[in-house]
Design a protein around this ligand. Sequence first.
Ligand SMILES: Cc1cc2nc3c(=O)[nH]c(=O)nc-3n(C[C@H](O)[C@H](O)[C@H](O)COP(=O)(O)OP(=O)(O)OC[C@H]3O[C@@H](n4cnc5c(N)ncnc54)[C@H](O)[C@@H]3O)c2cc1C
Length: 460
Amino acid sequence: MDKNFRHAMNKLLKNRYRESPEQRVLNSYDAMNRMILPDGVAEPLTEEEVVSIIKICTEFKVPIVPRGAGCGFSGGALAMRGGLSLNLSRMNDISIDRDNLVAEVGPGAITIDIHKAAEAVNLLYPPDPASMAVSTIGGNIAENAGGPRAAKYGVTKEYVLALRVAQMDGSISTFGKPLRKDVAGYNLTPLFVGSEGTLGIITRAWLKLVPKPEASLSSMLAFSTALDASHAISSIVAAGLNPSRLEIMDSFCIQSLKEADHRIEGSPGAILMVEVDGPATALPEQLDHIREVASHHNLLTFHRAQNEKKNESIWELRRSLSPIINSFGDTKMNEDVVVPRSRIPDLFSFVEALRRETGLTIVCFGHAGDGNIHVNVMYDKDTPGIGEKVEETLHRLFEKVVGMGGSISGEHGIGIAKQRFMRHQFSETQLTLMRNIKQLFDPLNLLNPGKILPEPEKKE
Ligand SMILES: Cc1cc2nc3c(=O)[nH]c(=O)nc-3n(C[C@H](O)[C@H](O)[C@H](O)COP(=O)(O)OP(=O)(O)OC[C@H]3O[C@@H](n4cnc5c(N)ncnc54)[C@H](O)[C@@H]3O)c2cc1C
């Protein structure tokens, strides 16, 4: 870094600005498994410090890359053009307004700590990404994170009432208000949700809470094939049943779990994990109804959790899936496509055809309740010709998904991982509009540059 820049940062943050190799390495990666070293790391404690950092970076034309816990899957927190990693994890205060059912949080608050604070006063913050034990709310908002409970409760955007955002012109604004209703002016709050740290730096958030359901009850339903399970999902949704969590895992996931010594009866082709919540006395009947609907789709076994501990162990099993499938290859292309829930069977049929035609190992699991399926292409990177084959397969997948009325990303975001696929979903006109919005908020292109938007098409 330029020595005058270093001097200004040291003066502002003292030992919370660092350029040591250790700090740079610690802030160089996310769950995408790529490592790009930032030139320096800043750890602000207040939004005033964030604003001062923006002003210094603007003066010295240093890119700023906001960072929470660095567990994103799309490379959003990587310093692709060098510059400063702005680690917001120390701004992690949480307070609960019980009277108004609102949580006020710093961007570095860990998701599970918000859950605990809400539950301590019998409230619920529903979004529950599988990474919630480490992810920050700033990262959740910037990626519009979802989780199993999205089936009933929706994703992060449904819970963001207001945001304070530090902008690249050195100003700081509050967008929205912690109110249940507010239609004054353009609604800019949602623009920042899912903007992947490219439009502004979230320094505070007000989140909607809901009353905690009295009880929840979970079950595991095993099916002959993934197609049977996916038809069962469509039937459950079409029957108007409203599970609070509804997740699927295919036979590859089941194999991995067995290899890791988890007890799973028989050799089913897929398992659905289903939770219902509400008044305790109503739950067994709700699960019976789900079981009855599923029984029309080659249901092999139905297992209901017998106590709270067993209930939670089903969801621990689900959270373990992402790392556990790494045994299928040294490289994972972890896609998070979404289709209308009625098209989930078509997606599973298409993935099966891709497996047959390409010989690739494609592992599927995820948020069946909201149509968001993790399609993981697993391979060893040293296999000759594998890169091109995987790339072509992904293009076919995204083309199909968008053709079904779906989206190339349900929760991981675009970052650097999916920029090259954006044209499957967006026209050049739409991309230009997005570039113009970016330009408005960040005219010098210093905030998380090189993310989301592909380069404009070159005119002849
Ligand atoms: C095992 C595993 C399971 C996962 N399961 C899920 C899941 O179920 N659902 C899901 O949605 N995701 C999941 N993820 C992905 C990831 O956890 C989420 O994207 C999460 O929101 C990232 O949070 P983070 O704090 O780590 O953000 P980071 O990775 O640090 O950053 C992510 C993006 O947010 C931006 N950002 C961070 N903080 C701010 C801020 N204050 N202001 C502006 N921009 C900011 C960064 O610049 C970057 O673009 C999973 C990841 C792993 C490793």
